[in-house]
Design a protein around this ligand. Structure first.
Ligand SMILES: *Cc1c(COP(=O)(O)O)cnc(C)c1O
Length: 416
């Protein structure tokens, strides 16, 4: 690797165990008093001290730190090959705290098609404390043109949402590091099982834990993982000072969910691959966006950056028949629930142009491929054959049936 050794951040020690073993055991000590195999939920907000300023253990007050959050953070760090992780009350709070860590007057370069809430924070909140964000659709190509002396951070989301375009993390990090700029990767869509951005040169990896890490659609939470001690000091100070922290119960639930991440991520990839191939073979589909398909324009990046070239559980496709067909499709599926969000055990479907991405003006949306006829799917861990059958029957209902009905109406009209 033609990397720049001076700029390479300190790495976490090489793990002794593999992913599945770490998912189950990292940050999961047996209770030293009772022997409980599963940690208890520590709801106490405060911890006793034996003398003034001398707590019995390592805890004082639960916003600053508590056992469940500590254990969850230890586990995430292990799965992202990071030295440190810090948990927050949501993915959005994680983003906010990282942006808050920049001095007023700082400049950020971001990929164009970031998560809607990230875009909202960058354009409507960060500016209020003097941080300016520039967006680019081709960050690997034109990052240099956007760098100014004030540029402190580059923000990447790969795959992007909802078009599943990929960014070469190493290519961007190499250029950013030459200018002393840190690189953040939002890894929510892939989860730590499929992609570990720090291994490709990123400085911080962030997740909406709400999605794959928790995986059961019952917790809203976020996490950031990184190697630098300086970053730990700054971000843990803000974690405590701002106080956007998750509850012990949510940490416990998310940690439990994460213990099966490898199983869920493999199954979701199997299912999404099967659905993507069925869609690709259908005459009712204009185009399929799935990084696990050889037809994906960035397939080479997927092979380099994702575990075994896996495509993950997310895909999107353009349906024949425009926006109305996209809406009909989402109502015609029986296993895929029409809902926002992703990464849970259950499959979900949505129309980005009127749901998750409705806030983006139409011309800006279409410039990055978010057309009115685009449907986004999150494949869960049901059986692949059932999901495939559900998608194919919904396509018939959404595209073919209306044509027949319209045809009959036309016939009836002429016959009159
Ligand atoms: C959901 C999501 C977020 C925001 O996370 P919350 O937990 O909902 O605040 C950020 N990035 C991506 C890619 C997401 O999907």
């Amino acid at each position: 690797m033609a990397d720049h050794p001076i700029d390479t951040p300190p790495r976490a020690p090489s793990p002794v165990h593999r992913f599945g073993t770490l998912a189950v055991h990292a940050g999961s000590p047996h209770d030293p008093v009772t022997g409980a195999v599963i940690e208890s939920i520590s709801l106490s907000t405060t911890f006793a001290q034996t003398a003034v300023g001398q707590p019995i253990g390592k805890y004082e007050y639960s916003r600053s730190s508590n056992p469940n959050r500590d254990n969850f953070e230890t586990a995430v760090a292990a799965l992202e090959n990071a030295k440190h992780a810090l948990a927050f009350s949501s993915g959005s709070a994680t983003t906010a705290v990282i942006l808050q860590s920049l001095a007023a007057g700082s400049h950020v370069i971001s990929v164009s098609d970031v998560y809607g809430g990230t875009h909202r924070y960058f354009t409507q909140v960060a500016s209020a404390h003097g941080v300016k964000v520039t967006f680019t659709p081709e960050i690997e190509v034109d990052i240099r043109q956007h760098i100014t002396p004030d540029t402190k951070l580059v923000w990447i989301e790969t795959p992007s949402n909802p078009t599943l375009r990929l960014v070469d993390i190493r290519a961007v990090a190499t250029q950013a590091h030459q200018h002393g700029i840190k690189v953040v990767v939002d890894n929510t869509f892939m989860s730590p099982y499929v992609q570990n951005p720090l291994d490709h040169g990123a400085d911080i990896v962030v997740h909406s834990v709400t999605k794959y890490i928790n995986g059961h659609s019952d917790v809203v939470m976020g996490v950031a993982a990184f190697n630098s001690e300086e970053m730990l000091k700054r971000l843990s100070f803000l974690q405590n000072a701002i106080g956007a922290i998750p509850s012990p119960f949510d940490c416990w639930l998310a940690h439990r969910g994460m213990k099966t991440l490898h199983l869920r991520a493999r199954e979701a990839t199997t299912n999404a691959t099967s659905v993507a191939k069925a869609l690709e073979g259908s005459p009712h589909v204009i185009a399929v966006n799935y990084p696990g398909l050889n037809s994906h324009p960035h397939r080479a990046i997927a092979i380099k950056q994702h575990r075994n070239g896996m495509g993950g559980g997310m895909l999107s496709f353009r349906i024949q028949g425009g926006h109305a067909a996209a809406e009909r499709f989402c109502q015609a599926t029986s296993l895929f629930t029409l809902a926002e969000s992703l990464g849970g055990v259950e499959s979900l479907v949505e129309v980005p142009s009127s749901m998750t991405h409705a806030g983006i003006p139409k011309d800006q949306r279409e410039a990055v491929g978010v057309y009115d006829d685009l449907v986004r799917m999150s494949c869960g861990v049901e059986d692949a054959e059932d999901l495939k059958a559900d998608v194919l029957q919904a396509l018939e209902k959404a595209v073919v049936l209306p044509k027949i009905t319209n045809g009959l109406n036309g016939f009836a009209h002429r016959a009159k």
